[in-house]
Write a protein that binds this ligand. Structure first.
Ligand code: PDD
Length: 288
């Protein structure tokens, strides 16, 4: 028995498809011992992966950043993800992919010669954000960003992120907005956007945030909707005085944040820029 999930669901592990309950890795896997690995979360609608090229490009960037050579090509990654989407139990699904530096004697140094990486994929049903969530939005609180300086790498070492999520839950809200030296970074597992006087803004893409696949996508949607966009350092004061705050991730798509530190954001209802971008988001999904 595995809490919250059927042990019969089909997963991929190191070249084989098998039921989750039978998928086993060594306790010496460097993902388990050191968090020495990379992951991706790819949404698929009606069995069509969404922005697959961008997800694979980010995976390859992250693998390169931690010097993890797998011998897999871009086409191999795409095939693995697409096959998992096709084998999933539901038409709308998420593929989770994880690659670790493999199994070796516990030693901080990379195994020399390198060992086979561990490659794991699973799918989970994707329930798109409900009408209620789209209307009621999310509630968040601010907190200092206490993570490391390579948040641009999609590392499986996520302690900082899960502690941030638990901080929010302990405060009775949905998530956090983190700040490093007074400058906004991101939520516990999503990017944050601010709207002021009709202009959409996001933090600059650098090592302090994960560049969500929805980052480029939102820029594209903003252009389509004639909403101007600016990447800049965003301060705590700007967040507190925002007309709208938005939240994006593969699993939440785009949602409005309607409460920040116990106070309503803007008028406390989903704003016009959110409405436009949300409609454009839905249209792009429909187009698949
Ligand atoms: N998280 N920032 C962080 C820290 C994230 O973990 C994520 C995604 C994002 C948004 O990226 P994208 O638009 O590609 O989903 C930003 C995934 C969903 C997760 O950890 O499950």
């Amino acid at each position: 028995m595995i809490q919250g999930i059927s042990s019969d669901s089909l997963v991929y592990l190191n070249g084989e498809y098998l039921p989750l309950g039978q998928a086993k890795i060594s306790v010496l896997d460097r993902g388990f011992i050191f968090g020495d690995g990379i992951y991706e979360v790819v949404p698929a609608y009606k069995r069509k992966p969404f922005r697959l090229n961008e997800h694979v490009a980010r995976l390859e960037r992250s693998l390169k950043a931690i010097k993890l050579e797998t011998g897999k090509t871009t086409e191999d990654w795409k095939r693995l993800m697409t096959d998992m989407v096709n084998k999933a139990e539901t038409d709308d699904t998420f593929v989770y992919l994880q690659v670790t530096r493999g199994v070796a004697r516990r030693d901080h140094a990379f195994p020399e010669p390198p060992v086979e990486p561990t490659i794991f994929l699973m799918s989970s049903p994707f329930v798109r954000p409900s009408a209620e969530l789209r209307t009621n939005g999310l509630r968040v609180v601010s907190m200092p960003d206490e993570r490391w300086y390579h948040c641009d790498i999609k590392s499986v070492s996520l302690l900082g992120n899960i502690l941030a999520k638990e901080y929010a839950l302990a405060k009775g809200v949905d998530d956090v907005i983190q700040f490093r030296n007074g400058i906004m970074t991101e939520a516990s597992s999503a990017n944050i956007w601010l709207v002021k006087d009709g202009v959409l803004m996001a933090p600059q893409k650098n090592n302090l945030i994960l560049e969500g696949i929805r980052y480029g996508f939102m820029e594209q949607l903003a252009a389509q909707c004639a909403v101007s966009f600016k990447a800049k350092d965003i301060t705590e004061a700007e967040v507190a005085q925002a007309d709208e705050l938005l939240f994006t991730s593969a699993t939440k798509e785009v949602l409005p944040i309607l409460e920040y530190n116990g106070k309503p954001v803007g008028k406390g209802v989903a704003g016009p820029v959110y409405q436009k971008l949300r409609a454009a988001y839905d249209m792009e999904v429909e187009k698949l």
